[in-house]
Write a protein that binds this ligand. Structure first.
Ligand code: SP5
Ligand code: ZN
Length: 329
């Protein structure tokens, strides 16, 4: 399988994230990169397709913030990664503010997604990797993998969060539509609900989104991903902590059957390996060997398929998990 990755994606090096009342070493770190690359063998460097595909999904103010935030952070006399600390609560009136702390809070939904000096560069090339893999899928009508990192599925049109800055699955879906595909299915199998992707496409007819994830009553991102958000083009299948393959497989079949009802002509898989039993921040019980049958079930849809990487933090198992998943195609 053709795999896409750009070394500039390493430029994002978050030191820490804030949760449970304190700073913790960043879960989305460089060790993930080495683990996945070791399992992939060779990768292709994407060509630069520029900002147009990004602008189809993300707003200009948000993109300006992502690019400039760390410079402004330093200009304000701060050190290290830029973090938000004040957020507009639900219903707060729209305001146009210039101070970096206000802008960061306006466009963030958590305190685990800092902006460092290389965050923009890494996110930009992560998008290009996704677009490169999409081109391979469209030109050769088959399957390709983009090792997108940092991940993307928690990023909305105007917000970051969940280690995500630019939403690769969404950008690729819009690009596939612009290239003439008519209906895109997105299947999100990361442990966490793909809230950004859901927000970007809610109410659309040309993109359908199914997500299998930990019940947000007990797990991040809490405020999205509940079963009763399944309306129209959205299907959420929350599962309890402790879910193993026997319990996961029927949900996967449900999601695939539902996606197939809309007769999509391209599939995008948001693949997270954080459903693995050893994942340090998650609570499902999938084994490395479960990812191959998961992928075979998805491949049985018979669609041209772009796979983008989302989470997965059990670094010792991560390479094998990705390899197992890709082997199923
Ligand atoms: C792409 C992706 O998988 N993003 C996930 C972001 C989850 N951030 C949650 C931070 C809180 C984790 N709590 C962990 C407790 C560990 N004992
Ligand atoms: Zn995740």
């Amino acid at each position: 399988m053709r795999c896409f990755w750009d070394e500039r994606q390493r430029a994002h090096k978050p030191a820490a994230e804030f949760f449970n009342g304190g700073l913790h070493p960043a879960a989305e770190h460089d060790g993930r990169v080495d683990a996945v690359l070791a399992s992939l063998g060779s990768t292709e460097t994407p060509v630069d397709l520029g900002m147009e595909p990004v602008r189809r999904v993300h707003g200009d103010d948000y993109l300006d913030l992502l690019r400039d935030a760390h410079d402004e952070w330093l200009a304000a006399g701060r050190e290290g990664d830029a973090f938000p600390y004040t957020f507009p609560i639900v219903g707060r009136r729209p305001l146009s503010l210039s101070r970096i702390d206000a802008r960061l809070g306006q466009h963030s939904f958590d305190t685990s997604t800092p902006i460092g000096p290389g965050t923009w560069e890494a996110s930009y090339w992560s998008v290009q990797a996704a677009l490169g893999a999409l081109s391979a899928v469209i030109e050769e009508d088959r399957t390709a993998f983009a090792f997108t990192r940092p991940p993307g599925h928690h990023a909305g049109r105007d917000y970051l969060g969940g280690y995500s800055y630019l939403n690769h699955a969404a950008i690729a879906a819009e690009d596939a539509l612009a290239a003439g595909r008519t209906r895109i299915a997105i299947l999100d199998v990361d442990y966490h609900h793909g809230n950004g992707t859901q927000d970007i496409f809610a109410g659309r007819e040309d993109v359908i989104f199914a997500s299998i994830h930990a019940d947000p009553s007990t797990d991040y991102p809490f405020f999205w991903g509940h079963a009763d958000e399944s309306v129209g083009n959205i299907l959420n299948l929350p599962l309890p902590r402790g879910t193993d393959w026997n319990r996961y497989e029927p949900a996967l079949t449900h999601a695939i059957d539902w996606l197939e009802e809309s007769a999509p002509d391209l599939l995008i898989v948001s693949y997270g390996a954080d459903t693995h039993e050893a994942d340090p921040i998650s609570h499902f019980k999938l084994k490395t060997s479960d990812y191959a049958p998961m992928a075979r079930r998805i491949a049985s849809m018979g669609l041209p398929t772009l796979i983008v990487m989302e989470g997965g933090y059990a670094v010792e198992a991560l390479g094998d998990n990705v390899a197992s998943f890709l082997s199923g195609f």
